[in-house]
Design a protein around this ligand. Structure first.
Ligand code: ADP
Ligand code: MG
Length: 352
């Protein structure tokens, strides 16, 4: 069957989205096409909501990331937040601003179509309907940027959502999957000169096609395994600091236990450790569980690795420390991604 030609107007684009995202889902009573969508959460559940920007030049580069990857990552960011709460996705909403050329020029239309192909593939994989959104022309004419904001709505059994704050001293810390892969693949992408990479499969591309751990999050909640949970979007060191802060605890990580992604290992010892501790966008889960619970080595087919322990706060004890391979202990500072940090550093220098 011939593919319908890509949309050339706002209304055409919305109609194309509506036709392409007609998945059935018990919780969406009314999807795209009216002023609001209508959702019906499963009985006994409460609703969890998250929103995430995907901004050109900040979260992706049009000259590096293939359009399918941009669409995939846009949805993956929100799904990973739902996973961290142990939530089941109900629906996604996408506000999208596009430069005019994305609808008026053939290459732009192809980009837009491929962006939605990537988003749709992941939405189908997890059964998350796109139930609405907004579409606008971004300012700046031809030089305008692709700016997206996605809202994810999910449900959890009342009072049972996994939070960052529930851990106790003595709990063990675990991560899903492997760390540092997304940062390692990004460094390779940025080194490449020339065109956007062309990928044939989404597998084995932790930066371009991260896999949000929804099934693991749901299993942790259902089986009552985790006392606290967060997704690693900004880097292990930064997200662990959030969990420590919310649970009012300290943490010790064992370097030797870190499951470092093979792509990161190729960077050499020091850079691979840095990618695993501080590299962002892995979208793995970091969670705490009592040591009395015997955790399986994998959940929903994803490996689970114990990487450290939570301890009570004590004066003189750093919030996070790293037990290094040579047996010494050093303070671990949040070294992951933080918005406004470069501007803040510059301002600090200026004010000196
Ligand atoms: P309104 O002006 O009443 O806000 P719109 O014309 O913006 O309505 O949108 C019409 C329908 O299309 C709504 O159901 C809206 O949720 C949906 N929609 C608009 N843009 C998008 C998008 N980028 N992705 C998904 N749905 C969209
Ligand atoms: Mg309206």
């Amino acid at each position: 069957m011939k593919k319908p030609s890509p949309a050339r107007s706002e209304l055409g684009l919305i109609e194309q989205i509506r036709r392409n995202f007609t998945q059935e889902n018990k919780t969406v009573t009314l999807g795209i096409g009216d002023d609001c969508a209508i959702l019906r959460p499963p009985s006994g559940c409460e609703v969890v909501v998250t929103t995430d920007f995907t901004l050109e030049g900040r979260h992706f580069r049009r000259d590096r990331h293939p359009p399918e990857s941009v669409g995939h990552r846009c949805l993956a960011r929100g799904l990973s937040d739902l996973a961290a709460m142990g939530a089941t996705p109900m629906a996604a909403f996408l506000s999208l601003a596009l430069p005019p050329t994305m609808l008026t020029e053939a290459s732009g239309r192809e980009w837009t179509e491929r962006f939605f192909d990537g988003l749709r593939a992941l939405s189908e994989l997890h059964g998350v309907p796109l139930a609405g959104g907004d579409t606008a022309e971004s300012p700046g004419g031809k030089a305008g940027l692709v700016l997206a904001d996605i809202v994810l709505i999910g449900s959890t059994p009342k009072g049972q959502a996994l939070r960052r704050s529930g851990a106790s001293a003595g709990d063990a810390l675990y991560v899903t999957g492997q760390l540092g892969g997304a940062a390692a693949e990004l460094s390779t992408l940025l080194k490449r000169t020339g065109r956007v990479v062309n990928v044939k499969t989404t597998e084995g591309h932790p930066q371009l096609f991260p896999e949000p751990r929804l099934d693991v999050g749901e299993a942790l909640l259902r089986r009552g395994l985790a006392t606290a949970c967060i997704d690693i979007s900004d880097g292990l060191s930064t997200d662990l600091a959030h969990l420590c802060q919310a649970s009012a605890l300290c943490a010790e990580i064992e370097q030797a236990a870190l499951p470092i992604h093979p792509l990161a290992l190729k960077l050499g010892a020091e850079s691979s450790l840095n990618a695993a501790l501080n590299g962002g966008e892995d979208y793995e889960l970091l969670f705490a569980a009592p040591t009395s619970l015997k955790l399986p080595s994998s959940l929903a087919g994803v490996p689970i690795t114990r990487i450290g322990t939570l301890m009570p706060r004590r004066s003189g004890r750093p919030t996070m420390s790293l037990l290094t391979n040579d047996g010494s202990r050093k303070e671990l500072k949040p070294g992951g991604w933080e918005h406004f940090s470069q501007a803040a550093t510059k301002a600090k220098k200026r004010s000196r």
